[in-house]
Design a protein around this ligand. Structure first.
Ligand code: 2P0
Length: 341
């Protein structure tokens, strides 16, 4: 059937973004609603970016996706949410040049093929999911002639990966956490465009390109479940920091910008710190009475105080189990204090 022999394609390129006031913790896991606002800077698309081609043809019999040339499953909730949300907003397409007409109704039965490439290591903490979902949603939106503005598209990209909502804009971007249970107001807005502060240069030192062995999703879940610190951060600290950061960006005040960025990062730089905190807090909670106290000085080294020798032995066992030597999560060494076992 000749009338079915057409393919319509859209290619888009989206840079990743780096948070300077960070998103960490969800209040709704399914809709991906955060516990605080965040602010990021979007990188130059020439360097760290995802390039995605989406295509549609009546000959495609299912939605499929390839990432860096290998087919991946898109049956997961996040992909399905993005596809569903974009599809439901599809409008008529009339490509006169190619002589292709697709009606709003047609989109319900048409399938897409998606091919995506990252020009940087996937899932190594360089926000590949941010660029990836932003690009996917943007490209699908173009293909399906979706009329929503960038902020509305960002609320869809958010359902793929939280940080993705911030990659719809260039420059400095704020993800507003929103209040609505359904997440309609949890979206990205531009704080300043890419020309506003163009002396800034971002240099990324890639220390390891291996995959993270704890995903952000899991890490956040652990922190939300166990950390009182996180609630304090989200409610008391971040709101003030966001206001100050917006001021610093508007005034191109590098001293404030740097101070706020570094302070916010110091609460997070060591994923391992949070995992140790999380291990201790879970354990203490399970026992009903504290077994171990933790304290951190300026650096990421955990000082753990066990209530007695038996607990200390258990603690070392747990640490060795959770952070096996010679693995990615190797703690390097344990220094036992004065009262060592
Ligand atoms: C951020 N990160 O604001 C923070 C800082 C990492 C540290 O957003 O579960 O991949 O997909 O919403 O967006 C990375 O987490 O997590 C992230 P999901 P995401 O950039």
């Amino acid at each position: 059937d000749e009338s079915r022999k057409w393919v319509l394609m859209v290619t888009a390129q989206t840079p990743t973004n780096i948070a300077v006031i960070k998103y960490w913790g969800k209040r709704d896991e399914k809709l991906i609603l955060p516990v605080n606002d965040s602010i990021s800077v979007t990188l130059d698309p020439a360097h760290l970016c995802t390039t995605t081609t989406v295509s549609v043809s009546p000959t495609f019999d299912q939605d499929r996706m390839w990432l860096n040339g290998e087919e991946i499953s898109i049956s997961g909730g996040r992909f399905q949410s993005c596809l569903r949300e974009i599809r439901s907003r599809a409008t008529d397409v009339d490509d006169k040049e190619k002589g292709i007409k697709i009606t709003k109704k047609d989109w319900e039965n048409l399938h897409v093929h998606i091919s995506s490439y990252n020009n940087f290591p996937t899932a190594a903490g360089l926000a590949s999911s941010a660029a990836g979902f932003a690009c996917l949603v943007f490209a699908l939106g173009k293909l399906m002639n979706v009329k929503e503005d960038y902020s509305q598209l960002s609320a869809i990209a958010r359902q793929g990966s939280g940080s993705a909502c911030r990659s719809l804009y260039g420059g400095f971007v704020k993800w507003i956490m929103g209040k609505d249970e359904k997440g309609t107001d949890s979206l990205a807005v531009q704080v300043a465009d890419e020309k506003h502060w163009d002396e800034l240069v971002i240099v990324i030192a890639v220390v390891s390109s291996r995959q993270k062995e704890t995903s952000s999703t899991t890490g956040m879940r652990d922190t939300v479940e166990t950390s009182l610190l996180l609630q304090h951060r989200a409610k008391e600290i971040v709101p003030k920091r966001i206001l100050k950061m917006e001021e610093a960006i508007k005034n191109r005040d590098f001293a404030s910008f740097a101070q706020l960025t570094c302070t916010d990062s110091n609460q997070f730089h060591a994923d391992l710190c949070f995992r140790i905190i999380s291990l201790v807090e879970k354990w203490n909670k399970a026992e009903g009475t504290p077994q171990v106290a933790y304290t951190f000085d300026a650096g990421p080294n955990a000082v753990l105080i066990a209530r007695n020798r038996k607990t200390a032995a258990l603690l070392v066992q747990k640490l060795l189990f959770c952070f096996p030597p010679n693995s990615d999560a190797d703690l390097n060494s344990f220094v036992l204090g004065d009262k060592s076992i």
